[in-house]
Design a protein around this ligand. Structure first.
Ligand code: SF4
Length: 283
């Protein structure tokens, strides 16, 4: 799969709220917290959602305590469910299919997340056999997005996750091993494994953490200012309020927009090219 195709696949994972029926503001169950000031049951529109599916406080979300809304990213699942799965028929106009639409939304979100990871891994310099397997896996995931609502609801997503996970781990280990080989001193891949580590609020400022495996790690509020995080695996890591000011994340792997939206940073943070600098880092 060539880079142009991969690039266009990744562009398709950008949320286009103008083509969505406010699904994240309706389908999801949200409990009041420091990130969302009100309780909102699942399958119920947020009180701020207007009849045109736009948010009436969009430009003041953080000021009004709706920080969580500025973090969430559906990876384009909302517009696909609205326009493809349900053919442009909204839950407001078709209450009989509303429940199904709300159930399909998080499933499509998971499929898009897997597509995003697979497409990212295909941009790495990895062995061609692994690249071919990833391409096949990606095609299968893309086909899932075209399924009818009932077919989507009956999917066993875990099977897809397990198969993809093996390939992503192989790609990430290959990149990390190559990086480690260039570091001074003899080091082994396992010395860099901090998967699922509890490093909450840990002081890591100015550290060289290149090639570390942070899969599923708890890095909440960790001080990672000015750290070198090139070639790290951040898949599933909890980065809420992690401070990346001045940090080099340029070649970090499997970093998502949602993870970075939940973290702290500044104009000196170096991000991978597919990740946008959050506006709240600058303003
Ligand atoms: S506050 Fe706005 S963005 Fe957040 S859930 Fe409500 S309508 Fe959606």
């Amino acid at each position: 799969m060539n880079n142009k195709i991969v690039k266009s696949i990744r562009e398709g994972l950008t949320a286009d709220c103008s083509k969505c029926f406010g699904l994240c503001c309706t389908a999801l169950n949200i409990i009041a917290s420091k990130d969302f000031p009100i309780n909102k049951p699942a399958d119920t529109p947020c009180t701020n959602l207007q009849s045109d599916y736009r948010c009436q406080i969009h430009s003041q979300l953080r000021e009004k305590g709706f920080k969580g809304c500025t973090v969430f990213d559906c990876l384009g699942a909302g517009q696909v469910v609205s326009q493809v799965t349900f053919n442009g028929q909204s839950w407001r106009n078709n209450p009989e299919t509303a429940g199904k639409m709300f159930q399909v939304f998080p499933i499509m979100g998971q499929i898009h997340e897997m597509i995003s990871y697979a497409a990212e891994a295909l941009t790495y310099d990895i062995p061609s056999a692994l690249s071919d397997e990833l391409s096949e896996n990606l095609k299968g995931l893309q086909n899932l997005t075209k399924l009818a609502a009932d077919e989507l609801l009956s999917l066993d997503l875990m099977t897809y996750r397990v198969a993809l996970n093996e390939l992503l781990t192989a790609a990430s280990d290959f990149i990390r091993e190559n990086t480690i080989a260039k570091l001074p001193g003899a080091k082994r891949l396992k010395d860099f494994d901090h998967a699922r580590a509890d490093w909450m609020a840990k002081k890591l400022k100015d550290k060289d953490l290149r090639a570390t495996n942070f899969r599923g790690a708890y890095l909440i509020a960790a001080d990672m200012r000015n750290t070198d995080l090139r070639a790290v695996n951040l898949i599933g890591a909890d980065l809420r309020d992690t401070d990346f000011s001045g940090t080099d994340l340029s070649t970090s792997m499997f970093l998502t927009q949602m993870q970075i939206n939940s973290a702290k940073g500044d104009v000196k943070t170096v991000l991978p090219s597919h990740i946008q600098r959050p506006s709240h880092w600058i303003n």
